[in-house]
Ligand binder design. Structure first.
Ligand SMILES: [Cu+2]
Length: 67
């Protein structure tokens, strides 16, 4: 299962890593792909995780989820 989010505010690889590390702390998140150039974050899940949980985690570290 994979979910894609549009994320504003990532400026470099460091931002991508911050998003990746934050999301990997969520139970059920198996892998994370983040691109600041495409402004997307893809999350690979091993079980169902609420969109709201993922969104909150990204916004907690200062980025904005568009959808
Ligand atoms: Cu950055």
């Amino acid at each position: 299962m994979e979910k894609t989010f549009k994320v504003e505010g990532m400026m470099c690889g460091g931002c991508e890593n911050r998003v990746k590390n934050a999301l990997k702390t969520i139970d059920g998140v198996e892998d994370v792909f983040a691109s600041h150039t495409d402004k997307i974050v893809k999350v690979k899940l091993s079980k169902e995780v609420d969109n709201a949980t993922i969104k909150e985690k990204i916004e907690d570290i200062g980025f904005e989820v568009k959808e």
